[in-house]
Ligand binder design. Structure first.
Ligand SMILES: [Zn+2]
Length: 307
């Protein structure tokens, strides 16, 4: 095997400059910090936890990969900037401006790269973005255009001998699109903790947990630990995807949960340690997180993994 690293790396970071959302933020979306992931990357480098050349650079996901999850009709819509406007309820600058789709394709390519890297190297792999868990095969929802988790699950399973995948989704919002996509698949277990339920249609390998917005750090983390215990009684994963949403943070400008920076750090490390103990390959996706302080939550997690 080609030696990739001089020293064995503790974690891998996936990012490219194409991850900048090609969107001026205003209206409902002004709460997006479009420089969030660039900021995390820069801070990791500044703190000497990461060298630019160590970053795994993805290429945009292909339409063939998208087509394993999303319908042909939907993909035709995606290629038209005006219908992307309608799907996401935004405005782009011109009918020739496909930068919003290109952003999603870039990050989705990163999620695919993260899956293959986690499988190959057996260390946690962090995509600096992704976790578009509201996207359905035929529709966009909650600012998610492509379901990157589902697309990457299909890509990995198509190419590597791995089947049983656990998706742990601790974003403020429910992983409703991912749940729907795998509703008939016993080998993809979706577990989601959220403040509001978006979809409770039947799904055969699923656990959903709605918590009160004012739940404390202690109760939240205890709930997650108990639930995971129950999930593992029912399902034995070979591979774990963790959507580490930062939007349950008390300083989040969109969500109304009250979890602290320390509480979220404990949550994130619990999942990382669990996967390490069981030797499950782990992919971490950023999920949601809004406002000027949001980046710190994901940064803390990645910095600890790299140390
Ligand atoms: Zn969210």
């Amino acid at each position: 095997m080609i030696r990739l690293f001089r020293k064995k790396k503790k974690a891998i970071i996936v990012f490219s400059s194409d991850y900048q959302l090609g969107l001026s933020t205003y209206g409902d979306h002004q709460t997006f910090d479009i420089y969030k992931y660039q900021r995390i990357r820069n801070k990791l480098i500044e703190d000497k936890l990461l060298k630019p050349k160590e970053i795994f650079q993805p290429t945009a996901c292909t339409y063939a990969e998208i087509g394993k999850i999303h319908s042909t009709r939907y993909i035709t819509q995606l290629k038209d900037p005006l219908s992307v406007n309608r799907l996401l309820k935004i405005q782009v600058n011109s009918i020739f401006d496909n930068s919003v789709l290109e952003y999603y394709r870039a990050v989705c390519g990163g999620t695919i790269k993260a899956f293959f890297a986690a499988y190959r190297y057996g260390v946690p792999v962090f995509n600096l973005g992704g976790g578009f868990h509201h996207a359905y095969p035929e529709k966009a929802e909650g600012f998610c255009l492509l379901n990157d988790t589902a697309i990457a699950v299909k890509a990995l399973r198509g190419a590597r001998p791995v089947q049983r995948i656990l998706v742990i989704d601790l974003d403020y919002h429910q992983g409703n699109g991912t749940r729907y996509i795998f509703r008939d698949d016993p080998a993809v277990f979706t577990y989601s903790v959220h403040a509001t339920l978006w979809n409770d249609e039947p799904a055969i390998a699923n656990m959903d947990r709605t918590v009160n917005s004012d739940i404390t750090d202690k109760d939240y983390n205890a709930t997650v630990a108990e639930d995971i215990h129950d999930v593992l009684d029912k399902f034995e994963p070979e591979f774990v995807v963790y959507i580490a949403g930062s939007d349950p943070y008390e300083k989040d400008t969109l969500g109304d949960m009250k979890l602290s920076r320390e509480g979220l750090f404990k949550r994130n490390m619990f999942i990382a340690k669990l996967c390490e103990e069981h030797k499950w390959p782990l992919v971490v996706l950023a999920g949601g997180g809004y406002g000027p302080d949001s980046w710190q939550i994901y940064y803390d997690f990645i910095a600890a993994a790299l140390k």
